[in-house]
Every structure is written in C-alpha cells, then in structure tokens.
Design a binder for this molecule. Structure first.
Ligand SMILES: C[S@@+](CC[C@H](N)C(=O)[O-])C[C@H]1O[C@@H](n2cnc3c(N)ncnc32)[C@H](O)[C@@H]1O
Ligand code: SF4
Length: 489
C-alpha cells in the first residue's frame, strides 16, 4: 500500500522543502495543515512522490474468481468503462513510468509492430469475452483508446481495432468514445480517422508549453504544436478536448506553470488535468499502472545531472504554490476539481470514465485490455502482465494475461467505496452510503470517528444536518495522502 513509501521520510527535510517558496507568490495555504504534527503521515506521503491512485483488494485470488466476480458485477451494473491500451510510443519521455515500447522510425518496421500489437489486443479481447460473457451484453459507458500513444497507429489499424470492438461489445450511439494521443502524432489525418471511427472526446499529453522543459523531458513537440491540436480537434468536430499538464518538472517555475494553466484556459480546454510529477519507483509502491523499466528520472544520478545543467527541482513549497495557483485560476475561470487532478469546465462536466468509476453513486466496473492494463469491479481487481514478451506469449496461448489478482473482503469493499468517493473531491452523501451499505453510517461508528478526526485536523467539513462530508481545500490538495494513509483496512 502507499504507506510503505513513508519509510524514506525525513520530517525536517520535508518541512524545509515546504518552507522554500517563491516569494512572488502567496505562501501555500496548506502549510499549517501539513506542519501540524498530527498530519505527519500526510507530509511523509507527499514527500514520497508516489503515484498510487489505486484501489486494491485485500485477499489474494486467481483469474477464475476474478472473472466470476466481474461477470456478476457487470450484470448488476448499468454500464461499464472499457479501456483498450496500445502500449506504443514514438519516443520515451524521461518521466514516464507507463509500460511502453518505442516504435521504429522506419515506417515498414513501425507498421509491422503496430499490426502485431493490434492483433494481440484483439486476441486478448476475444479471450476476455470467452471468460466473461457479460462483457458482450453490458452497455459500454465510455470506450477509451488509451496508451502509450494509440495515435501513433496507422489510420487503417485504428479502424480495424475500433471495428472489432464495435462488433464484439455493446457499443452504440449512447457510448462515449474517447481517444488519447500526443501533440506530435495527432495529425489532421489521425484526428479525422478518429472522428470517422466515432470518437468525440480527446485526451492528450501537453505536460508543459515551455519548449525547453519539453526538450529536456525528451518530448518531440513544441508548446505551440500542442495548442494547434486543440484548434484542429475542434474544427474536426471533437466535442470535448482534455489536456494534461504536469507540475513539479525540473526547471519549472511557479510563474511558468501558472502561465501554462492560463493558456489552456484561454484555449478553452474542456478539462485541464494538472498532475503532480510522480517519480517514486513502482517497485516501492503499488500502482494502477503495470511497470517494466524505470523512468530515466527515477535515477538520483540523472536527477542530479539535470540540476547541475540548470534544471532545478521545484521544492515542496513551490509545488504547493503551483497547485494552489492553478486551483485559483481554474476556479475563477469556471473549472472545478472532479476527481482529484482533473479540472473540467463546469458547463462540460467530468470526463465520463472517471465519473463512472469513482463517483459515490456509480463506481461501475472497469475492464482494461492490453499490456499492463488494470481491471476492477466492486468485488475484485486485477493487473495484466506488463512485460511485453511475456504478455505476447500468454496472449498467443489464448489466455487473459492477468497477474496480481485480488478479491475484496466485504469490510474492505466499503473502505474502497469511500476511498473512491473521496478521490472525486465531491461531497460524500450519507444517504447514498446507507443505500449501498445498509446499517453503516458515515457520521457515526468508525467512519464517524475517522471523519471527526480529519475534521479536527482541517481536512474535511462535516454537515450533519445535510448528511454530508466534504473535503476542505487542504483536504482536496492532500486527498491521495488521506485516502492512502488515513482510511486503512
Ligand atoms: C499515457 S500518457 C498520455 C498520452 C501520450 N502518450 C502523451 O504523452 O502525450 C498519460 C499522461 O500521464 C502523465 N504522466 C506520465 N508519467 C507521469 C509521471 N511520472 N508523473 C505524473 N504524470 C505522468 C502525463 O501527463 C501523460 O500525459
Ligand atoms: S508520456 Fe506518453 S509519449 Fe511519453 S513515454 Fe509516456 S506514454 Fe509515451
């Protein structure tokens, strides 16, 4: 669990880093909450830089159990989130911990690799459908073509893949279709192909609009190119365009990051995703993303070299100034946080896959198909193999390449539901909780005690009359730490 990251924690060092701020901006509002000794675990978690947005089960299990639980979960759910992962990229970014393969710069070799991975994905999907029959009939709420970078596939491979999914799964005009890409590979041709295949929602990585920061991260596009994709996508009929920014990059300043946020607001992105850079090795923490080889920036020697080249790592204080400055600007421009790190425009609403999986009144199953993909339902969760050769060989043998399968004990099911609901940054409602977990209450018993303690420490606000518990601003800033260290099993 995420708490295992805390062993590297040095309180004095963390407080020192938190106090190092950019004097041109207000001191972080979260400072008193983090400096409170009662919140020591939260500070330790923040310093650990772990990416642990994951809702694990608590009992080891096996694929057959998982398939049974998932089949039942799908039959009970109004819809589910189907996530297809194409693990190919044209380059490897120095911060990226996703399991990806870099395709060749020679077109014929790259095309053969693309065919191979689309074939493997289709083969794996067929095995899923054979093992979990309800996958064929349960409506797909949102179909997400994720990666890696699926936009590096040739147009014909995208069409072949999507045609297969449309024929095999319950995808119809009510299904939201979302595709992911990078600014350099979302050409007019690929955007048109995606629109032709029915995609109307687009997500892509921008990371920064500062060309110097992009180059040092080994990104192969400019900030201007990233903004041009936004305009082209709108022209071609995408109804929502969501962009990822990262804070905490080497060489990034508070002013630089906030300028990026302003420019995304000005370009009217539907969602501005503002992600904290996470570099703790996946070997130290559990994560929703399967891992194979470490990101270059995980290596302390590489980090020091960058620093010597003039790319300083922002302190914790500066990072909190980036986050709080972004929250203020986005709030003033009509954006709100839902779930954590995702800021949709209020008139557009949250990205559907996030809302389907996490909102307190939904939390429908997710099925991920592809290298290192992650699937879950209320009763269980499973990761696919993330090592490419092993993945391909298992798929070739006709199996669903799962590993790390866990089921969720009845008690932990409730903990997980509360963790997920908290991660949305929306108020938790007592009525919804009671209808899902009869006999349990958020306002009394163990939840009552836990939320009272969080309220005393400035992290939540309890409204007993309305029957709700909401994160405070500090609570929203620290929600991953709260979920992973305070809600224990
Ligand atoms: C699969 S990638 C996005 C699509 C595309 N491959 C691209 O990079 O443009 C998903 C997002 O994860 C984020 N990401 C990747 N590695 C990260 C890290 N170490 N810490 C925080 N965010 C990270 C980036 O913002 C990236 O856009
Ligand atoms: S950030 Fe995107 S483009 Fe870069 S390596 Fe990761 S998945 Fe590939």
């Amino acid at each position: 669990m995420g708490t295992s990251t805390v062993h590297l924690y040095d309180r004095n060092e963390a407080l020192h880093s938190l106090s190092a701020i950019d004097s041109a901006y207000p001191a972080p509002r979260v400072f008193p909450v983090l400096a409170d000794e009662r919140n020591d675990e939260l500070l330790g978690y923040l310093q650990a830089e772990a990416f642990t947005h994951v809702f694990t089960g608590d009992v080891e299990s096996d694929p057959q159990h998982f398939f049974r639980d998932l089949d039942r979960g799908l039959r009970e759910a109004p819809s589910f989130h189907l996530w297809v992962d194409i693990p190919l990229c044209r380059y490897r970014c120095h911060f990226c911990q996703f399991p990806t393969l870099v395709t060749s710069s020679r077109t014929d070799t790259a095309d053969a690799t693309a065919r191979r991975w689309v074939d493997a994905n289709i083969r794996e999907a067929r095995s899923w459908v054979a093992a979990v029959p309800a996958l064929r009939t349960t409506p797909v709420g949102e179909f997400c073509l994720f990666g890696g970078t699926p936009s590096v596939l040739p147009a014909g491979e995208i069409e072949r893949l999507v045609d297969f999914y449309r024929e095999t799964f319950a995808i119809d005009e009510r299904t939201s279709m979302r595709a992911e890409g990078s600014p350099d590979s979302l050409t007019e041709e690929i955007l048109s192909t995606l629109r032709g295949a029915g995609f109307t929602a687009l997500s892509y990585g921008i990371q920064s609009l500062d060309d110097r920061l992009l180059a040092v991260a080994n990104r192969r596009h400019t900030g201007d190119q990233a903004l041009q994709v936004r305009a082209a996508a709108e022209r071609l009929g995408f109804t929502r365009v969501d962009g990822d920014l990262v804070w905490g990059l080497p060489g990034q300043t508070v002013a630089g990051f906030l300028d990026d946020v302003d420019r995304l607001i000005e370009a009217r992105f539907s969602t501005v995703v503002a992600i904290k850079l996470h570099l703790r090795s996946f070997h130290d923490v559990e994560s929703a993303i399967g891992h194979v080889s470490p990101a270059p920036w995980e290596d302390p020697r590489v980090r020091e070299q960058l620093e010597r080249r003039g790319f300083a790592w922002p302190s914790l204080g500066q990072q909190m100034q980036m986050r709080e400055g972004a929250v203020d600007r986005l709030g003033a421009a009509g954006y709100y946080e839902h779930p954590t790190t995702y800021f949709p425009r209020r008139d557009v609403g949250p990205e559907l896959w996030r809302s389907l999986n996490l909102d307190q009144d939904k939390q429908v199953p997710q099925v991920g198909i592809g290298l290192g993909a992650y699937s879950w339902c209320g009763d269980a969760e499973a990761n696919a193999v993330a090592a490419p050769a092993r993945y391909l060989s298992l798929v070739e043998q006709g199996g669903v390449p799962l590993e790390n399968v866990t089921t969720v004990s009845p008690d932990h099911r409730e903990v997980r539901a509360v963790q997920m609901a908290l991660s949305t940054c929306r108020p938790l409602l007592e009525d919804v909780h009671r209808s899902r977990f009869p006999g349990s209450s958020l306002l009394s018993g163990r939840w009552g005690a836990m939320f009272d303690s969080l309220a005393e420490r400035g992290l939540v606000r309890i409204d007993r009359r309305a029957g709700s518990v909401a994160l405070t601003e500090a609570g929203a800033t620290l929600v991953e730490a709260v979920m992973n260290t305070q809600l224990g099993r």
